[in-house]
Design a protein. Structure first.
Length: 476
């Protein structure tokens, strides 16, 4: 497939594309283990430019991989067949904030934190914020159905999408959904785009529901001797009818890593839980916090620190916020990889899954951290090992297979947050073979030439190691 660079330049202008090798290399990977080179990076500024690029690509059957910040953890934006990477970050205007309708209309490249900074001035916020909110774009969050630390109370991206403009594979533009809080007119097509990982269309504008900022937020941390006690506490808090606005877990691996990386001096106990309540009535928040504190204590939680103060809450949360980045500091010679990183399990299975992860890791000579938004059943892990050794990649492959088999056996899901991309596809396809024909039929109907982010999700290769280059120097 030959790309006519002159044509691309005609559409977006000379400063808005690149086929320079250094730029291509930067766009050849994301936060995953994968790497594959695109042929050209294109940075449109308008809907019309997106339409023209996609229309041209469709005629020539050139793959187009939409990309926001490239913070996806499973190879979502790695252009497995080369072609065009469509960087949407320049389409980053907040088009309208409508407090009277409690909605916001944005271009896809708006960064989550920037949106929230703008909304906060109106006493409003957009809750789904993933931990990557400093860089993640609204387009990427929609395509991955991202959620974050407050999903336990506020839900995921899908709960906030009202409508969107989408450029389809033939370059045509469709308006999906509505500006109203609910609509009941046929297929909820805007929802179909949520979680589609760039395979069905390019989101070029989105209308999202927003919500008032609560007047009070109180955050607490509690220390536990064992991961089991911490996991059971989380399950009990949820079944008690408490309404946490955050309920996070960090295991000992995570605690040691953030202590090393950030010198935080956290007690190196079995696990830490962070719990938060929010609301407009302080007595109601006090009530929730007291109730959750009691449940922590019942399970042996100790050293409980609690604060309403914004700076103090930031301090208490700082270890959890930087945990992902800190993990590679856990031990000399090991690297933290984004593999099998965001399972979801039923509330009653949190403690046993957390313990199982450590057991599988130990048996297979790797280190795994267990953490995440466990209040909503999201268990984050990272597989940490010597990425220079082939034998350790084999260990990691075994871990992934065992782990997903276990998670599926307890009624859990392959991905609760980050999506499927490439590296999670084999396990997900194995577990959900029932829905693959339906997904393939939808893809074929909307993208008959298979140009939009090909070989992802249901079409991803069965061997994630061989699917692309690994972005590590594997020596022996
Ligand atoms: C440190 C770190 C922490 C993270 N924490 C969380 C977390 O707490 N919760 C969570 O859910 N995720 C988390 N993630 C994963 C990731 O940040 C999210 O999935 C995020 O939504 C991706 O946004 P992005 O702009 O980087 O999208 P990208 O990675 O660029 O793209 C993600 C997918 O969306 C598609 N896409 C991008 N823009 C468009 C568009 N306009 N139209 C159509 N398709 C598009 C891409 O093709 C790709 O399939 C984390 C990642 C990192 C590195």
């Amino acid at each position: 497939m030959k790309i006519d660079i002159k044509k691309i330049e005609e559409i977006v202008g000379e400063n808005n594309y690149s086929d320079n090798i250094a730029d291509l290399y930067v766009y050849s990977s994301d936060a995953s283990v994968h790497q594959a080179m695109p042929a050209v990076i294109v940075k449109p500024k308008t809907i019309e430019e997106v339409q023209k690029i996609v229309c041209y690509a469709n005629k020539k059957k050139i793959p187009v991989t939409p990309r926001g910040a490239g913070s996806g953890t499973s190879g979502h934006t790695v252009p497995i067949d080369g072609g065009i990477v469509l960087d949407l970050k320049q389409m980053n205007r907040i088009l309208e904030i409508r407090p009277e309708d409690m909605l916001v209309r944005v271009e896809p490249g708006v960064v989550d934190d920037d949106l929230n900074r703008a909304l906060n001035q109106y006493g409003l916020f957009y809750p789904p914020a993933p931990a990557s909110s400093r860089i993640a774009t609204i387009g990427g969050e929609i395509a991955a159905n991202a959620s974050g630390v407050r999903s336990v109370k506020y839900g995921a991206t899908r709960d906030y999408v009202l409508g969107m403009k989408v450029v389809l594979a033939d370059g045509s533009l469709v308006n999906l959904g509505s500006n109203t809080r609910v609509h009941s007119a046929g297929y909820q097509l805007e929802r179909l785009i949520v979680g589609s990982e760039g395979t069905l269309g390019i989101v070029v504008e989105a209308t999202m529901r927003i919500t008032p900022l609560p007047k009070f937020r109180c955050l607490a941390v509690a220390n536990f001797n064992s991961l089991k006690d911490a996991g059971n506490t989380i399950s009990d808090i949820i079944t008690s009818g408490s309404q946490p606005s955050m309920l996070e877990l960090m295991d000992k691996v995570g605690i040691i890593a953030v202590n090393k990386a950030m010198n935080l001096g956290l007690p190196e106990v079995g696990a830490i839980i962070l719990f938060e309540a929010d609301g407009n009535v302080k007595e109601a928040v006090d009530y929730e916090m007291k109730k959750m504190k009691g449940i922590c204590e019942k399970h042996g939680g100790s050293g409980i620190e609690m604060s309403y103060d914004a700076a103090e809450r930031k301090r208490l949360f700082s270890g959890r916020k930087k945990l992902f980045a800190a993990l590679s500091r856990y031990k000399e010679g090991i690297i933290c990889t984004d593999l099998a990183d965001d399972m979801g399990v039923p509330n009653s299975k949190i403690a046993q899954t957390a313990e199982k992860i450590h057991e599988i890791a130990e048996r297979n000579n790797v280190i795994m951290a267990v953490y995440g938004h466990c209040g909503s059943g999201v268990i984050h892990t990272k597989i940490m090992f010597d990425t220079t050794k082939k034998s350790q990649w084999k260990d990691a492959e075994r871990v992934i297979e065992e782990l997903y088999d276990y998670v599926h056996s307890v009624g859990g899901v392959t991905s609760a947050e980050h999506g499927i991309g490439l590296s999670k596809a084999p396990a997900w396809k194995k577990a959900r073979s029932d829905i693959l024909p339906m997904m393939k039929a939808i893809k074929k109907a909307l993208d008959p030439n298979n140009i939009l982010n090909p070989h992802k999700l249901m079409d991803a290769p069965d061997d994630w190691v061989k699917a692309t280059n690994l972005r590590y120097n594997v020596r022996s």
